[in-house]
Write a protein that binds this ligand. Structure first.
Ligand SMILES: [Fe+2]
Length: 367
């Protein structure tokens, strides 16, 4: 990608295509100290009130800078590298991390270890990369005092508080209001599909785990839906087209949201799965269509619940599991309360936390 000049017009040339860059687009990017705050990199002027008829009076390229005099008297020196990076308009940090498909054969995934200054460390950068590749990561040796999970979450970004509070305790209770608070097994599901937006990332911190069973289970929704697309394209199609309603009701609130079980981006790439068959309401459709939809959902459920895709592992005290709630399904195997205590704490954070942290650490370590 090159910047070229021709009679006071600025062009970009990527080898096969040469296009003029709008003078106003360049005028918006003037970056002298009168125009851009050094610290925040925010504009000190409002481009929406400028005259749209801005033109270039003269321009030269010297070294890696494009120097322009505009007809409103403003002149600037723009970094050409910075400009060309912007042309692609892509989030190179997150999108360049490839999602790795995995199933029950997944082995030797790296665990991370908590240490001093962890949140600002290169290790934290590597952890986040691993998280985006696999959709989850386990961090060992996280302190368990004073609801440390909240501190952990707030050191990456901000806790996403819900009506269940800032964090929640997962242990069996005598009068549970959710199956999570029993010792029953939990089939793979995603959390809170009825929220708008759905919390992006769940943290689960093991405080005590003295029981025999109670293994944590994970399934990669990305792998399953990619396989479904290959093996049953019509099922994949209808599950990514029909929106179902998810609902949560208690005495204080009624939460509802609608979404496809497989949600795609505009370019048809994977965006999100929601799966919680105790909370979903399929819309009324023609009988034949519903017939087909139910077949598709059954197949998806069969795959989510199959041994082929599930990994199981036991969280030890001080382990923290961080998982992508848009990509992974999670659950647990049953356990006996007579064996002893099983106590986990959970909370949510959103993608802006992990994305912002990762961009920051990349900048800090020049990666
Ligand atoms: Fe859950």
């Amino acid at each position: 990608m090159k910047i070229e000049l021709d009679k006071n017009k600025v062009y970009f040339n990527n080898g096969s295509l040469k296009k003029e860059i709008h003078p106003f687009w360049l005028r918006e990017r003037v970056d002298g100290e009168d125009f851009l705050d050094k610290g925040t990199q925010q504009r000190l002027f409002d481009p929406t009130v400028l005259d749209n008829q801005i033109s270039i009076e003269s321009a030269i390229i010297s070294n890696q800078f494009l120097e322009i005099n505009f007809n409103d008297g403003v002149n600037t020196k723009l970094n050409i590298n910075k400009l060309t990076q912007e042309f692609s308009n892509e989030d190179l940090v997150i999108k360049s991390i490839p999602k790795i498909k995995w199933n029950s054969t997944l082995q030797n995934i790296k665990n991370f270890e908590y240490q001093d200054n962890f949140f600002e460390s290169k290790e934290m950068h590597d952890l986040l990369i691993s998280f985006y590749k696999y959709g989850f990561v386990v961090i060992k040796d996280i302190p368990t005092d004073d609801n440390f999970i909240v501190k952990f979450a707030n050191s990456i970004g901000s806790v996403r508080r819900t009506n269940f509070g800032e964090y929640f305790d997962v242990k069996s209770k005598s009068d549970p209001n959710d199956l999570a608070y029993t010792s029953l097994g939990l089939a793979p599901h995603t959390d809170n599909p009825y929220r708008n937006p759905v919390p992006c990332i769940q943290l689960l911190h093991c405080i005590e785990n003295e029981v025999e069973g109670g293994l944590s289970t994970l399934v990669d929704g990305f792998t399953v839906t990619e396989d479904l697309k290959k093996e049953h394209p019509e099922f994949y199609k209808i599950l990514s087209e029909i929106k179902v309603k998810f609902k949560f009701i208690d005495k204080d609130v009624i939460l509802e949201d609608q979404s496809e079980l497989i949600k795609l981006n505009d370019d048809n790439s994977f965006k999100q799965v929601r799966f919680s068959p105790r909370l979903d309401y399929v819309p009324m459709m023609d009988k034949d269509k519903l017939d087909f939809y139910y077949k598709a959902r059954k197949q998806l459920s069969k795959m989510y619940n199959s041994d082929k895709y599930r990994i199981e592992f036991k969280l030890a005290p001080k382990d923290l599991l961080m998982m992508d709630n848009y990509r992974l399904l999670h659950g647990r195997t049953s356990y006996e309360t007579k064996d002893g205590n099983r106590f986990l704490q959970g909370c949510y954070i959103d993608y802006d936390s992990t994305e912002g942290k990762l961009r920051h650490l990349k900048r800090k370590y020049n990666l």
